[in-house]
Design a protein around this ligand. Structure first.
Ligand code: FAD
Ligand code: NAP
Length: 321
């Protein structure tokens, strides 16, 4: 986090017409549109400036770029939003009051933001299995980000769990370092895109273990390090230890709706509900965009599209006030 900016704004109250919370594709696109509508938006970036695409490598489905690195794309989006006039602040919103107007957001630095309209674009965060041993070895062999940690497993064996695009991408990426990658999935087919599955099944370093769950992460202490994962076949009940130094959990993402969970209706286990075909939430003046509200598509381009819609919805709302 940029301490210079935090220091400058310590304890202040700032008012803005539009407060955008989140700096993924949804937040930055909302910032571009809100700036061009002369709404002088403030965007608060959160703990992960650039959002989820900053923890991946190649993005091949962003229109106009057949190959672009996720972190580069997000730097470009940030520059674009700044160039249009958005104020981008390195801070984290710790509480949000949507019951009174103007809306109030308190930030980690001590700054309070008041806003006539709020665009929620807090995206999603990695899910974990919830095993005590997973927790114990987090950062010591257990990871949810191959791009961040893959390099540590050069010449070693690793295990990935999951069956979606993330798990397949992580497994393929890890072949750059590891001698062997075992992908464990709880069913006998993947939900990842077919083109990704094709690459996965053809890769000589990748082995599939179907119909299996991981019940325990095994390792040694002082210093903590992973030596294997214990698996159980969900059909036969057979228990097997798969030796590995790294265990990557890629079982999906949960919406980051903590800030609003008691203030707005949620659906499908935590996604912010919006009126169909719009980004309007149950509270007039509060809009939601991107992975925070979408349990179906969850793509960069759909998030960016919803960011655009949210800024246009906010503009119309403010014009009507
Ligand atoms: P996110 O990108 O999740 O960003 C959320 C933002 O909210 C972050 O900046 C965070 O710091 C901020 N935030 C959260 N809480 C707070 C708070 N309290 N205060 C302030 N800020 C907050 N999609 C594709 O289309 N193509 C791909 O190739 C692709 N690859 C992917 C690879 C991986 C490994 C992952 C995990 C996802 C991938 N996706 C891909 C999905 C894509 O990244 C998401 O759909 C997209 O990033 C969602 O955008 P978003 O703006 O809704 O939220
Ligand atoms: P996802 O599509 O929700 O897949 C999660 C996977 O984890 C599923 O296969 C699921 O199994 C499995 N799983 C869930 N909970 C589990 C548990 N407790 N134990 C074991 N396995 C569990 O999540 P994702 O792969 O992170 O993708 C999220 C979104 O981002 C998707 O919309 C995806 O398309 C997008 N994304 C896109 C790209 C790309 O375009 N290249 C790359 C990455 C992500 P089941 O299949 O049995 O449910």
């Amino acid at each position: 986090m940029n301490t210079e900016i935090l220091g400058d704004t310590m304890g202040e109250t700032r008012h803005t017409k539009v407060l955008i919370i989140g700096s993924g594709p949804a937040g930055y696109t909302a910032a571009v549109y809100a700036s061009r509508a002369m709404l002088n938006p403030i965007l608060v970036q959160g703990m992960q400036p650039g959002g989820q695409l900053t923890i991946t490598t190649e993005v091949e489905n962003w229109p106009g770029d057949s190959h672009v690195q996720g972190p580069d794309l997000m730097v470009r989006m940030e520059e674009h939003a700044r160039a249009m006039g958005a104020e981008i602040i390195s801070d984290y919103i710790t509480s949000l009051d949507l019951q009174n107007r103007p809306f109030t957001a308190k930030a980690d630095s001590g700054t309070t933001f008041t806003a006539d309209a709020v665009i929620l674009a807090t995206g999603a965060q990695a899910k974990w299995l919830g095993l005590p041993t997973e927790e114990k070895f987090k950062g010591f062999g257990v990871s949810a980000c191959a791009t961040c940690d893959g390099f540590f497993y050069r010449g070693k064996e690793v295990v990935v769990i999951g069956g979606g695009n993330t798990a397949v991408e992580e497994a393929l990426f890890l072949t750059n370092f590891a001698t062997k990658v075992t992908l464990i999935h709880r069913r006998d087919s993947l939900r990842a895109e077919k083109i990704m599955q094709d690459r996965l099944f053809k890769h000589p370093k990748i082995e599939m273990q179907w119909n299996s769950e991981v019940t325990e992460v095994l390792g040694s202490e002082n210093p903590n390090s992973v030596t294997a994962v214990r698996t159980r076949n969900l059909i036969t009940g057979d228990v097997k230890d798969v030796p590995c130094h790294g265990f990557f959990v890629a079982i999906g993402h949960a919406p980051a709706s903590e800030l609003v969970k008691d203030q707005l209706p949620l659906h499908n286990g935590g996604y912010v509900e919006v009126e169909a075909g719009t980004t309007r939430t149950a509270i007039p003046g509060v809009f939601a965009a991107g992975d925070l509200t979408d349990h179906v598509y969850r793509q960069a381009v759909t998030s960016a599209g919803m960011g655009c819609m949210a800024a246009l919805d906010a503009e119309r709302f403010l014009a009507g006030q």
